[in-house]
Ligand binder design. Structure first.
Ligand SMILES: *Cc1c(COP(=O)(O)O)cnc(C)c1O
Length: 393
């Protein structure tokens, strides 16, 4: 067989991970079993002691889950991948596995809302200090570092305003301080951006989004080297139990097979939508990685191979005008999920960012007229027509 390391990403996404069983199945098998049977007392003892490799119990390993882990590890270019029950479980496993009381972490302010809540309400409780910084401002990151800073955590591009950080520069800043860089690669997926190649140490995923691609299952993953991820983060799974179910792993395996095609289609439609919105008279401003008007367009072209599917825009007229766009859609789903074949729409100021004070919202750039669209795979003309209704009204 060819050396798999020479395969392109599209091929890795389809051909790696699966080890065919004696049944010669073509599609990956689902193994819905909680435990595995040993041939003898001696074999059981050897497995439990770690002397002999092999399955013991599905909290520790499951063949279908392993197929997914090996495939995603190949796609991200990491030695090791640990699959988890959700994206938040992946983030939790990284934090619990790598941090101890007295440590410090630095995080971009514009991360997924639940990640902020998890850090502030739970990780802080165990004696870990957290500093929040401006994602795009490398000086801000640098100035926040302390001798006890164990890791830096960033999400790029950010949600919903699509700000980006220079991953390579941030990795240098982290490593000069003996800290680790963790990137949440949910919005780009390995198809558009490979943070480990750029110097990041760990990638976390919410598989719930683009890896699934059709809004069916919750799941997550951590990718990195075999020591930090393969042992320290895996240890949390082994004892803490936030394992991925084999059925969900199978859905994600199927999702990975079409991921390249889908990300290209999401990106192309999102670009067309953003360009159309940018010249629309009802629109104040459009936030999208693919627009020449994006202040970091040059960095994005260097760091990502395509734009992604998230378009945000400010409608003239504030909250009333924003809600009018949402309420006049007939096809697009009003839901906060993203990465789905179905286009979704949200009004961040009153949903995902509704718990912030008006001052905090202004500081984060979440205006009352802001709308976020996660562009799906329907025909772009139908998506435009559905949005146009509320823009004309
Ligand atoms: C959704 C999301 C998460 C959390 O993932 P779940 O699978 O919902 O737990 C983390 N990070 C980002 C960027 C997300 O969009």
């Amino acid at each position: 067989m060819d050396n798999q390391n020479d395969w392109a990403l599209e091929t890795l996404a389809i051909r790696t991970g699966h080890k065919r069983t004696a049944e010669a199945e073509h599609s990956e098998a689902i193994f819905p079993t909680s435990s595995y049977v040993f041939g003898s007392a001696a074999e059981a003892a050897a497995r439990f002691s770690g002397e002999e490799p092999g399955n013991i119990y599905s909290r520790l390993s499951n063949p279908t889950v392993r197929y997914f882990e090996e495939r995603l590890a190949m796609m991200e270019g990491g030695d090791s991948c640990v699959a988890t029950s959700s994206g938040m479980a992946a983030i939790m496993a990284v934090m619990i596995g790598l941090l101890k009381a007295g440590d410090h972490i630095v995080c971009s302010r514009s991360i997924f809302g639940t990640t902020t809540v998890f850090l502030n309400n739970f990780i802080a409780k165990f004696g870990v200090d957290i500093s929040f910084v401006n994602l795009t401002d490398l000086d801000d990151w640098q100035n926040a570092l302390q001798s006890n800073t164990r890791l830096l955590f960033a999400e790029t591009p950010s949600n919903p305003l699509s700000d980006v950080v220079d991953i390579k520069a941030l990795a240098d800043i982290a490593h000069q301080n003996d800290s680790l860089l963790v990137i949440d690669n949910c919005f780009c997926t390995p198809v558009l951006q490979r943070p480990l190649d750029l110097g990041a140490d760990i990638v976390v995923h919410s598989a719930t989004k683009y890896l699934d691609g059709q809004g069916r299952c919750l799941g997550g993953a951590v990718v990195g080297d075999s020591e930090i991820v393969g042992k320290e983060v895996f240890g949390v799974l082994r004892s803490g139990g936030v394992a991925m179910s084999p059925f969900n792993a199978w859905v994600f395996l199927k999702g990975l097979e079409t991921l390249s095609l889908r990300m290209k289609a999401h990106s192309a439609s999102a670009l067309e939508l953003a360009q159309w919105l940018e010249q629309h008279e009802a629109i104040e401003r459009v936030y999208f990685t693919g627009l020449e008007s994006h202040p970091q367009h040059a960095l994005i072209k260097q760091q990502q191979s395509d734009w992604g599917g998230i378009v945000s825009f400010e409608v003239k007229g504030g909250k009333q005008a924003g809600w009018r766009v949402v309420d006049n859609t007939q096809m697009i789903s009003i839901t906060a999920n993203l990465g789905d074949a179905k286009t979704t729409i949200t009004h961040p100021a009153t949903t995902t960012h509704g718990r912030l004070t008006p001052e905090q919202r202004t500081e984060s750039g979440i205006s009352d007229g802001l709308i976020r669209v996660a562009v799906g795979l329907e025909n772009i003309d139908d998506i435009k027509a559905d949005l146009e209704r509320g823009l004309l009204a």
